[in-house]
Design a protein around this ligand. Sequence first.
Ligand code: G6Q
Length: 546
Amino acid sequence: MDTAFIAQSGKLGSLQEYGALMSHAEVVRPTHLRTLFATDPTRASWLCFEGAGMRVDHSRQRIDRGGLRLLFALARARGVEARRDAMWRGERINITEDRSVLHVALRAARGTKILVDGRDVVADVHEVLDRMAAFSRRVRDGSWVGWTGKRIRAVVNIGIGGSDLGPAMAALALRPWSDRSIAMRFVSNVDGDDFAEQTADLDPESTLFIVASKTFTTLETMTNATTAREWSLGTLKDPRSVAKHFVAVSTNGSEVSKFGIDTANMFGFWDWVGGRYSMDSSIGLSTMIAIGPEQFDEMLAGFREMDDHFRTAPLEQNLPVIQGLLGIWNRNFLGFPTLAVVPYSHLFSRFPAYLQQLEMESNGKFVCLDGSRVTWETCPVVWGETGTNSQHAYFQMLHQGSSIVPMDLIGFRTPAHSVEGHQPLLMANILAQAQALSFGRTSDEVRKDGCEERLVAARTFEGNRPISVFMQSAPGPRALGRMVAMYEHKVFTQGVIWGIDSFDQWGVELGKKLAVHIAPDLEPGSKSTPAHDPATNAWIHWLRES
Ligand code: G6Q
């Protein structure tokens, strides 16, 4: 354990580099992006970065050369590079859970070595990937059949949080690369409507359930899995059919057996993979069944491309580091409390929800590694929806609302579809919005357009909204891998600077415990005397009466 790093974690606010950035922010804050561009038009090139197949334009961030230099100095003072290398060495950088953090091992090339307690985890990863590939091929080619001999036509992933959001997001993002003869469904919510709706049109004889749970104890997942088993057995009757219709993805072999799933049909992963960092582990089994092992490899190659970039590029050219630093600039020095992520790609429509978990569960923390409370802000609220849809909804607030919202706009130069005439319009919209949000429209410009004087104020746009544009050549498995890895490493960078543990989730653990405690009082016919807080007790009485 790196005790020196832990001891420094609570001292961000007193660093000389932090103070320098605070002073610099006072100078930059009143300067409009129009002025920044007018005094230095070359910012359109020096604030544009390329790497790992991605082109990133940060020229519309409210930063200048001096500010960027100070941010890199802050990253160095906080030891971002040393922490990154410690992660890759398998050190236990998840301090509160005393675990290694090795999602990067999930996509390490076959034959490379990363040791945890003397064991090469990359070899373990590839052993599981090979088993997943063999199983996926059988489902895809029809040689894995259900209990009555029918081919599998629907795969239902039962999981929640990190065991759901990644695969569910990927299922949409990779739809054009998927086998369309197999329906992909995701059940996560303990609300029975989720299970009922997702299975309403499915045939138990041709449905395969993947019960995805790292711990195999999560209330929602185990409830849905039990319901799924009853639903399946309702038709198939014979308990031996479970072996043909249920597989598990978990780290907990004994709970998997207790549930009745043969551990031969269990795909493992490890405690050094956090749930929200697991879509490229066996948690991605549904993804592999959908797109096939070769395309899954392509996705891993995309992750690896960004990993290599993050591990080797100098800070000044390092995409996730720069993205993380500009996020810190917006949050800590310009004081913006949210970040909107808007993919101009319908395939990426679940990406903002996925990122919400990745960013907010990782960096939504107020305790430093040394146990002290932060005296600076940490994770912003991350939210968003696809463009162009959101332009006709909440973009009004982004253009003219009283709060400023920095934005990540995500796009692809060439689409997956071949529908003519749409792509130029989509690209025009991304550029138009970036332009309007950053430069705005002055009252003089509005007047010049012949606007009636009484409407001039209402039709004026201040602009000066910080925007980053992330562009790749085309969507697909590789692009998805790069994009997810970029945000993972951005989150890592920010967590190091904020001095927090980006890899624990005590807030989630609390929620898991509380509901289990209250549930018995709500069992039908329960006569217990609820012994919770007065508000909860009152609700329990009300729910029992109705
Ligand atoms: C992710 C979180 C959390 C977790 C779910 C599901 O990083 O820990 O979202 O993934 O609570 O947990 P299980 O996979 O153990 O069911």
